[in-house]
Design a protein around this ligand. Structure first.
Ligand code: NAD
Length: 486
């Protein structure tokens, strides 16, 4: 039973906050304090129906709204996000647990997506070739596709929704967003600000909930496309189901990101980079480094320096500006991450640093310190599985060839990073590594809004990635006109 003082969230449909018709709810916890922050409805298909119907109705006028006018609303929105930057970041820290620095970066990343979408007049342009034959011209016109459904994960309550609805809406579509039921609060504020920026009713709707809402969107005839970001099994399910129901789909999935550290790198910078990538946001980033392949010549020095650096990490509530490592999202997730530490020990990896010792389990919050395993190999589940917590595996390799060969065995392929000063090594890495987002001496090589977020293998299902020109292609369809002018 939820305390009376906790607000029960409402869905946002056609510009109104409306109660879900479902009685089922889930508590939204602050992961740093274990306190209930809100009650989120687990909406049903009736709620989905209302939202899709509102979005469908709004599409009739929104897609005809001149593109520069749509863009102006995006510019207003950008301004409002800037004015409310701190409040947005604070909500992220409270509902997700990440540090204020990480939350600020997330607001910045979301903002950049809004800025990219504000370029809609250029992005929506068609093209023409006047002389495909004598007196014959061919031209391409770009149009929105209709109602789009967006389903998002807990780990980026702002950035990931902003990969979707600003661009979809700028392109003339209308949108139904189902935020993560574990971090649903920020979406409320984001839609309020968009409305304040001048967005007409029904263009952006929110339906809170879990799989019933997802299935409602997947099955609805009036939903033309699905943008999904989340774990691999769900992404695969979304991709198959949406495609079977005749929808466009992009499904960004789980990850296991590898970094390669070579003997000629700047070791200090590599250590700092990997520390931030593996343990920042409590390891709950889809681009977090979770395996490092380090060459034997510097492996001992690397492990020593990384462990020393991990010993300096401040753990606690992300609202404290000195905190680097906040909690993971839920107690059940903490239990899962801790069980991977036990598995790593059973698999005979060397537990160099045990983050369980950093926390007092009797205190509130779902905390775990930075955990480092050495002498890991690809047969171990700590090497294979996405753990999604502050647990790092180190593999010792003799050279770059071996590091690349091992990395390419992973079934996931979101990001991969190399730390080196050698141009030759970078070239070999770029040409032979099987991953979609590469970093060279850059710890989290997440592309900016104007480039695609281009995971490979089981880290992505679909053809057109989120963001950049891929995003524009995904949210638009084309008419080709072949005309004879006689
Ligand atoms: P999740 O898959 O549990 O949930 C994602 C969304 O899917 C949520 O909105 C949830 O309600 C819904 N969902 C969950 N189970 C479902 C089911 N059985 N049927 C229908 N819908 C369901 O993911 P999460 O734990 O919220 O987020 C973390 C995951 O997201 C990690 O695996 C991470 O790597 C991944 N992620 C990937 C990217 C990327 O760009 N590839 C970015 C961010 C997060």
């Amino acid at each position: 039973m939820c305390p009376q003082t906790v607000t029960k969230l409402r869905n946002y449909v056609n510009g109104q906050w409306v109660a879900s018709s479902s009685d089922e709810t889930e508590i939204v916890y602050n992961p740093a304090t274990d306190e209930a922050m809100a009650e989120v409805p687990l909406s049903n298909k009736e709620d989905v129906e209302k939202a899709v119907s509102a979005a469908n109705e709004a599409f009739k006028t929104w897609h005809k709204t001149p593109v520069p006018k749509r863009a102006r609303i995006l510019f207003n929105y950008q301004q409002l996000i800037l004015e409310n930057y701190d409040e947005l970041a604070e909500i992220i820290t409270k509902e997700n647990g990440k540090s204020r620095a990480d939350a600020n970066s997330e607001v910045q990343r979301g903002l950049e997506n809004v800025e990219f979408a504000a370029g809609a007049p250029t992005l929506m342009m068609g093209s023409v070739l006047p002389d495909i034959s004598a007196d014959i011209e061919s031209s391409m016109y770009r149009y929105p596709i209709g109602v789009v459904g967006g389903i998002t994960p807990f780990n980026f309550p702002m950035m990931v929704p902003c990969w979707m609805y600003p661009l979809a809406i700028a392109c003339g579509n209308t949108f139904v967003l189902k935020p993560s039921e574990r971090t649903p609060l920020l979406a409320q504020r984001l839609v309020e600000l968009f409305t304040e920026a001048g967005l007409p009713d029904g263009v952006l709707n929110i339906v809170h909930g879990a799989h019933d809402v997802v299935n409602g969107l997947l099955e609805h005839d009036d939903v033309m496309a699905i943008s999904f970001v989340g774990s691999q099994p769900v992404a695969e399910y979304i991709y198959k189901t949406a495609a079977a129901n005749g929808k466009r789909v992009q499904a960004l999935a789980g990850a296991k990101n590898h970094s390669i550290v070579l003997g000629d790198c700047n070791l200090e910078k590599a250590v700092t980079g990997i520390l931030g990538s593996a343990f920042g946001s409590a390891g709950e980033r889809c681009m977090a480094t979770s395996v490092v392949a380090v060459t034997d010549d510097i492996a001992d020095a690397f492990v020593d320096q990384l462990t020393d650096a991990a010993n300096q990490i401040t753990i606690g509530n992300g609202l404290d500006p000195d905190v680097f490592l906040g909690p993971v999202i839920r107690q059940s997730h903490l239990d899962r991450v801790r069980s991977y530490i036990e598995t790593g020990v059973e698999e005979n990896a060397t537990l160099v640093r045990d983050g369980r010792a950093d926390v007092n389990e009797s205190e509130a919050g779902y905390f775990l310190g930075a955990t480092i395993f050495d002498h890991v190999n690809p047969k171990m589940s700590i090497w294979k599985d996405e753990i999604f917590g502050p647990v790092l595996s180190i593999v010792r390799v003799k050279d770059l060839d071996e590091a690349i060969e091992l990395t390419n065995q992973s079934e996931f392929a979101n990001g991969a990073v190399i730390y080196t000063d050698s141009g030759k090594a970078v070239h070999q890495f770029r040409e032979t590594i099987e991953a979609g987002m590469l970093g060279v001496n850059v710890n989290v090589p997440a592309p900016m809004a104007f480039f695609p977020f281009s995971g490979w293998k089981k880290s992505f299902y679909g053809d057109l990635h989120a963001n950049g020109k891929d995003g524009v292609e995904f949210y638009t369809r084309k008419k080709m006109v072949t005309a004879r002018w006689n």
